[in-house]
Every structure is written in structure tokens, then in C-alpha cells.
Write a protein that binds this ligand. Structure first.
Ligand code: C5P
Length: 233
């Protein structure tokens, strides 16, 4: 895996913009993240154009369905060229679904599970029916443990959940962490955020950064600044 932990979220439905961003950010990032916003607009051909720029791809489609459907969808994703290095499912899809996904991926990519979205607070998860969950951190730890039991390689989690997950699941379990905001940046729709340095200090392996880079007037400079901040820390 690349030494540079920055994974830039190419959240745009504009193909030319996504490719231009990928090209300009290639020297300053370790990964590019292709998510629903781009993939639903441009599909396999769009994916191939962005992946063709040359950085490893995290394909963030967050599959969440019955085991048979997720396994079959994962098999289709494993036929993409070049293959994504990271793919994911929602841990709330359950143990059997995650096991089926892992069988389908069969070691061809890192398979990780979304625990509790960084846009959700304690009140949000209780309102969504997870009333017995003590709080988002405890819920994320339980989902991370379930993901490891299913044989997954790691999780997507908030910076706030990292300490507990590292404590429970060890150093080798991959942690991919969105909700990253430089100290002066607006949180926007994210609720459980941290700075890049705070997330790394808590044990993040990969930092997912979207709008703090792509929404900047100079995305390459914004990525350079984040990286420089990490090295200074
Ligand atoms: O712009 P921002 O840095 O908030 O983008 C975060 C990215 O990470 C988005 O692409 C979002 O879909 C993704 N993500 C997230 N929270 C998760 C999982 C993925 O924000 N739990």
C-alpha cells in the first residue's frame, strides 16, 4: 500500500473534472476514491478513465443487500480493469453478507466495511432504530468486531472511533477514515470529524479527504498542505 495516506474523494458527476483532478492530484495523494456520485453517472467506462490515471483506487460503493446479491455484485466489481485495491460493504448488512462478500472478493482487493457513517451522531443512530446501541463509538466497535469475524481486512470509521477499534482489533486491521477536516475548514454534512494529524495520531491508516481538497481553489496545493502538516507533526 502507498506510503502517502491521503485518499482523495472524487465526488463529482463531471467526468472531465474527475480525470483532471486525478491527474493534478496524482503527485500528492496515495489513492483516489471513486464513489456513488461518480460511478452512477459514468459507470465502468468512467471508472476506467479515472483509474487509468494511475493511482490505486478505493471503489466506495458501500454495498448493502442480501448475501447472494452482494456476492454477485462483488464478483462483477472484481472484473473491473484495473482492479480497485479497496472495495466495501455496510457492516450492518450482517455477518453472512460480509462473509459472502469476502468469498466473492477472494483476496483480489482489500474488503472493508462501513461501521457508523461520519455524518451520524448518537441521536441519529437512535432515531434510525439502533436504540440499544449505547453511542456511535460503541456501535462502531461492535460493527468492526463483526467485520473482523467475517474475515474482512478492515473498516471505514470516524476518527472518533479509532482508539476503541484499534484497542479491540489490533494494529493490522485496516482503518480508512473519512470526516477529515483541516483545523479551519467547515464540517458541512459531517458530524464526527477530526484534523488529518489528529486522525493519524489516533491510528488511521488511510485518510479520506474530499471537499477540503476538491472544493479548494487550488486542490493540488490543498493536498500538499495536508501532507506537509502530517510530516511536520
Ligand atoms: O468531502 P468529504 O471529505 O466530507 O468527503 C468524505 C467522503 O467519504 C465522501 O465521499 C463520503 O461518501 C465518504 N464517506 C464518509 N463517511 C463514511 C464513509 C464514506 O464520509 N462513513
Amino acid at each position: 500500500m502507498p506510503a502517502n495516506p491521503i485518499c482523495v474523494a472524487l465526488d463529482t458527476p463531471d467526468l472531465d473534472r474527475a480525470v483532471a483532478l486525478a491527474r493534478s492530484l496524482k503527485p500528492h495523494a496515495g489513492y483516489m476514491k471513486v464513489g456513488m456520485e461518480f460511478f452512477y453517472a459514468h459507470g465502468i467506462q468512467g471508472y476506467a478513465k479515472v483509474a487509468g490515471v494511475g493511482l490505486p483506487i478505493f471503489l466506495d460503493l458501500k454495498l448493502h443487500d442480501i448475501p447472494n446479491t452482494v456476492a454477485s455484485a462483488m464478483k462483477s466489481l472484481m472484473r473491473l480493469e484495473p482492479k480497485p485495491v479497496i472495495v466495501n460493504v455496510h457492516a450492518t448488512g450482517g455477518l453472512d453478507m460480509m462473509k459472502a462478500a469476502a468469498d466473492a472478493v477472494a483476496g483480489q482487493a482489500n474488503l472493508i466495511a462501513v461501521t457508523v457513517l461520519t455524518s451520524l451522531s448518537d441521536d441519529d443512530i437512535w432515531a434510525a432504530g439502533f436504540e440499544t446501541a449505547k453511542d456511535t463509538q460503541t456501535h462502531a466497535r461492535a460493527l468492526a468486531e463483526l467485520s473482523q469475524r467475517a474475515g474482512l481486512d478492515g473498516v471505514v470509521c470516524s476518527p472518533h472511533d479509532l482508539t476503541g477499534i484499534r484497542h479491540d482489533l489490533g494494529r493490522d486491521f485496516l482503518t480508512v477514515v473519512p470526516g477529515i477536516r483541516p483545523a479551519d475548514a467547515a464540517t458541512q454534512d459531517q458530524k464526527r470529524v477530526a484534523t488529518p494529524a489528529e486522525a493519524m495520531a489516533s491510528g488511521a491508516d488511510i485518510l479520506v479527504v474530499g471537499r477540503a481538497i476538491t472544493g479548494s481553489a487550488d486542490p493540488a496545493r490543498a493536498a500538499q498542505d495536508i501532507l506537509a502538516g502530517l510530516h511536520a507533526g
